[in-house]
Design a protein around this ligand. Structure first.
Ligand SMILES: Cc1cc2nc3c(=O)[nH]c(=O)nc-3n(C[C@H](O)[C@H](O)[C@H](O)COP(=O)(O)O)c2cc1C
Length: 186
């Protein structure tokens, strides 16, 4: 039996060691090349009908884009996201025009998958990602004014982790994953 609070051996280290940091090294930098690779990782994710319904707004400390994001962080996320080397706003295109109607039900699913790929790529590059919803969605939407049909879904703080995963990482059991949908208590 593996320890219930950490992934068993056999899980790929990129997945096993991934965690969402609550502390980032403020001196770390994500340069243009690294940023390009993170976007490439998202770009090559699968999506329903290859609709690729994802988009990103990105700011690094010192850039005007970063200044536009910071005021919309919630106090809780501002504590750690401000020090991250990169802030990413994730957007998806739910809007349906013509033949893309078929794909719209998977828009958020596809975006999540692209973000997962970006997260694993970050891990492979010695970076860590903390996805979050703790920001002013309405205010940020007004600020960024995406085209009609595009909606902001989440944010990601990316950078060099300056903390470790908590000792007690809570996860439901693998058996539960197979029984939960039919369990009377769920
Ligand atoms: C869509 C989404 C929204 C999240 N929102 C927040 C948030 O607002 N604040 C926060 O501290 N963590 C947030 N998280 C991080 C989760 O709490 C975290 O992934 C979970 O507790 C598991 O921890 P781990 O990523 O370290 O394994 C969010 C994660 C996701 C995927």
């Amino acid at each position: 039996m593996h320890h219930p609070h950490e992934p068993p051996s056999g899980i790929h280290p990129l997945l096993a060691r991934r965690f969402s940091p609550y502390l980032f090294d403020p001196s770390a930098v994500v340069d243009d090349q690294a940023l390009g690779l993170l976007l490439e990782a998202a770009r090559w994710a699968p999506s329903a009908g290859n609709s690729q319904p994802w988009g990103f707004f990105i700011g690094r400390p010192g850039e005007p884009e970063h200044d536009r994001l910071i005021p919309h962080l919630a106090p809780s996320s501002a504590r750690w996201a401000t020090d991250a080397s990169l802030l990413v706003v994730t957007l998806t295109r739910r809007h349906v025009d013509g033949t893309q109607l078929l794909y719209s039900e998977f828009a958020a699913y596809d975006l999540g998958q692209a973000v997962a790929h970006m997260t694993v790529q970050a891990q492979a590059m010695g970076l860590a990602a903390h996805q979050f919803r703790a920001f002013d969605l309405e205010g940020l939407t007004k600020e960024l004014a995406p085209n009609p049909g595009w909606v902001i879904v989440s944010m990601i703080a990316l950078g060099k982790a300056a903390d470790s995963p908590s000792e007690l990482r809570d996860r439901r059991s693998a058996a539960h994953l197979r029984s939960a949908p039919w369990s009377p208590t769920e």
